[in-house]
Design a protein around this ligand. Structure first.
Ligand SMILES: NC(=O)c1ccc[n+]([C@@H]2O[C@H](COP(=O)([O-])OP(=O)(O)OC[C@H]3O[C@@H](n4cnc5c(N)ncnc54)[C@H](OP(=O)(O)O)[C@@H]3O)[C@@H](O)[C@H]2O)c1
Length: 255
């Protein structure tokens, strides 16, 4: 099969959470550029509207708050009213913490787990239930992290949440394969976005970059290949439960 056909997403309807900035905005642009209709979901609707304007008729913005469960079904319903059945869920919305373990308040722990774990789990459940009821296939891409596998200082709640994302990807894949639903994840290393920009510019961040074998932080576009691979029902039809690491080699040398 030619590469263009292998990664052609025509007919797909992708719901991308956290599409208002960083990786999510990039994912939405790339999916749309390869033929998918994209539903942009986040809290900052002004940003979603400007991305929608940039992408054009194949994009639609919906309000979504990962900390507010009542917005989950509403996001799917709103997406379906405009583009029909969602066929691909990109569970990307996430937040990071900057606290040491002993200083992490119960509220901070709850906030991180609600957005990074509970919302990922519940959005995947919502998607899977709709696909199973409709007897239609579907795909889920969860956004994990190199911190799914390693830990670093002042990131404990985040690292625990991302470990859960990697583990739930495999658990969901196991149970959903019989319904023709693929569940995979991308585990990015350090990528320059609003989440990491300040840290990566700091002396500690510069030192961290020196521990990456490729000696640089990634750009959101460095995830394009992994995204298209996992999004395409042709390219990754025999892949489920995989966590694709994209980190410039960081996991080989983690500090
Ligand atoms: N950048 C990296 O180096 C890196 C590495 C590994 C993994 N990741 C993961 O990649 C994902 C995207 O991060 P990023 O780097 O692109 O960061 P970012 O630029 O800060 O984007 C985070 C996105 O998540 C959304 N979000 C946060 N809280 C939300 C909530 N309560 N409800 C709905 N949306 C919410 C934000 O949208 P609103 O604020 O508009 O709601 C925003 O669109 C995250 O899961 C992150 O953990 C990033």
């Amino acid at each position: 099969m030619l590469a263009q056909q292998l990664f052609d997403l025509t007919g797909e309807v992708a719901l991308v959470t956290g599409a208002s900035s960083g990786l999510g905005a990039r994912f939405a642009r790339v999916l749309a550029a390869n033929g998918a209709k994209v539903v942009l979901a986040a809290r900052r609707l002004d940003r979603l509207e400007s991305l929608k304007h940039e992408i054009g008729a194949n994009a639609h913005a919906v309000a979504f708050d990962a900390a507010d469960r009542s917005s989950f079904t509403k996001a799917f319903d709103a997406a379906e009213r405009v583009f029909g059945r969602v066929t691909l869920l990109v569970n990307n919305a996430g937040i990071a913490t900057g606290s040491f373990f002993v200083d992490t308040s119960p509220e901070e722990w709850d906030r991180i787990q609600a957005v990074n774990v509970d919302a990922v789990w519940l959005m995947a459940q919502e998607a899977a239930r709709r696909w199973i009821t409709a007897k239609e296939p579907g795909a889920i891409i969860n956004i994990a992290s190199v911190l799914s596998y390693r830990v670093s200082l002042a990131n404990s709640a985040y690292a625990v949440s991302k470990a859960a994302v990697a583990q739930m990807t495999q658990a969901m894949a196991l149970e959903l394969a019989r319904h023709d639903i693929r569940v995979n994840a991308i585990a990015p290393g350090y990528i320059v976005t609003e989440m990491t920009d300040n840290f990566l510019k700091s002396p500690a961040g510069q030192k961290r970059i020196q521990a990456i074998p490729q000696r640089r932080a990634g750009a959101p576009s460095d995830l394009d290949g992994a995204l298209l691979l996992l999004a395409s029902r042709h390219a990754s039809r025999f892949m489920t439960g995989s966590v694709v690491v994209v980190d410039g080699g960081h996991l080989t040398s983690f500090t």
